[in-house]
Write a protein that binds this ligand. Structure first.
Ligand code: C2E
Ligand code: CA
Ligand code: CA
Length: 388
């Protein structure tokens, strides 16, 4: 299946008349549209077609749409999902919340018979503003406070204690679905907006750190730094100014930089990273295993943590090679005196396997999805390490 369009709608509904109608609406809004009445067909189409939006009926013949939500969650689906159903508001709202708890981007739930105008307007808005953001729109979003931070906990794999959170940026335009960084970080990098965005993220995370401290939570926060930021020799001083301004203890702040980002200009990166260390910040090498690090360079860099790229964790039961790589990275990290974190722990099986690997820390949907600050507090308060 070769997809030409940037806008792809996948519909599942067991009523063929509704499929035909949605096919027509989708096409009229400029979406390449595929409809199906069967769950098996939906599953096989999903990965090939890579829909940018999904419309799903809550009841498919004798089965139910919850199965599909579970499937999409396992696939780490990021496409916005519109739920349709003949059930009443209460049932739809419950299923909708279940989808959200699976980490899915549920945008709305609509009652059947379908409201054509409502669906058209969703698809058109999605196409125009959500799926193809422009630099102007992104710049305005940063200054208009449309960005938010979600926090994902990281835990000690041996004791299960929480050791910190990673701040992950999202873009939430008013009354539209959340957009994830893969849609806008590279746009920000190519247009020079990354500096504005990074400073927004840093200030927001610093404010949150202080707010949590005042509420009695002393939490380490990790912040992602784009490789582009490692071209700016003023960065360490600018960050230190913010530390003073926001009354943050820099030993509670870790900057994550990708392996590829550091190795593209190692000397410049080393200058900046060393000064960040001298100012008290911790440093982590992110997405490790995907770049081509020179071990000599890596050894000289002032990192305290290494994060194994989640592609290895996600494949740990699929490819023997991934397990071999994970164990080699852990050994390498420990030999270099670094703490090693595995990301992308999605299931108890992965967690149990990683526990046997000697890895230090773990992060992933199995432990918790990234959440807004207030949700994080609730999670933190009810968290029981004994359950892991
Ligand atoms: P990353 O630094 O590797 O962040 C971890 C990503 O993995 C996050 O995606 C997180 O939601 C996702 N994740 C967490 N647990 C699991 C799991 O169990 N399974 C799977 N499949 N995924 C999991 P997210 O938030 O979409 O971020 C994607 C990337 O965008 C990040 O990758 C990071 O490179 C970048 N990013 C995020 N926030 C910022 C930021 O503030 N600044 C910059 N420069 N980049 C950012
Ligand atoms: Ca990261
Ligand atoms: Ca990573």
């Amino acid at each position: 299946m070769s997809s030409k369009s940037d806008h792809r709608l996948l519909v599942i509904d067991d009523d063929t008349d509704i499929c035909d109608l949605l096919q027509e609406i989708g096409q009229s809004c400029g979406y390449e549209t595929i409809t199906t009445t069967k769950i098996t067909e939906f599953i096989s189409t999903y990965s090939k077609f890579k829909p940018t939006i999904i419309i799903l009926d809550l009841s498919i013949a004798d089965r139910d749409g919850i199965e599909i939500l579970r499937f999409l969650s396992n696939e780490a689906c990021r496409s916005p999902i519109v739920m349709l159903s003949g059930y009443d508001e209460k049932v739809r709202a419950t299923a909708f919340r279940l989808g959200q708890s699976y980490g899915l981007e549920m945008i709305t739930h609509l009652q059947k018979p379908i409201d054509i105008a409502a669906i058209k307007s969703l698809l058109l808005k999605g196409k125009k503003e959500i799926l193809s953001p422009t630099a102007e729109r992104l710049s305005k979003a940063i200054s208009d406070y449309e960005m938010i931070l979600h926090y994902q906990p990281k835990i000690d794999i041996k004791t299960s204690d929480v050791i910190g959170v990673e701040a992950l940026v999202r873009w939430k335009p008013a009354s539209y679905p959340i957009m994830f960084p893969d849609i806008f970080i590279s746009l920000a990098e190519h247009t020079g907006l990354i500096k504005q965005l990074t400073f927004w993220v840093v200030k927001e995370a610093f404010k949150q750190w202080l707010n949590w401290k005042e509420k009695g939570y002393l939490i380490k926060i990790s912040i992602n730094l784009s490789p582009v930021m490692l071209n700016d020799l003023l960065l360490p001083d600018d960050l230190q100014t913010l530390v003073l301004q926001y009354k943050v203890d820099p030993t509670y702040i870790c900057f994550e930089v990708t392996e590829a980002g550091v190795m593209s200009r190692p000397q410049l990166a080393m200058d900046i990273l060393t000064r960040l260390r001298l100012k008290g910040f911790s440093l982590s090498i992110d997405d490790f295993g995907t770049g081509y690090s020179s071990l000599t360079e890596l050894h000289r860099m002032p990192f305290s943590e290494l994060k194994i790229d989640r592609s290895f964790t996600l494949n740990v039961f699929k490819e023997q090679e991934s397990w071999t790589i994970i164990r080699s990275i852990i050994e390498l990290g420990h030999n270099l005196g670094l703490k090693v974190t595995a990301e992308g722990i999605e299931t108890r099986e992965m967690w149990t396997k990683l526990k046997t690997s000697g890895c230090d820390n773990a992060q992933g949907y199995f432990i918790c999805i990234p959440m807004a600050a207030t949700d994080y507090e609730k999670w933190h308060d009810s968290y029981n390490p004994a359950n892991y």
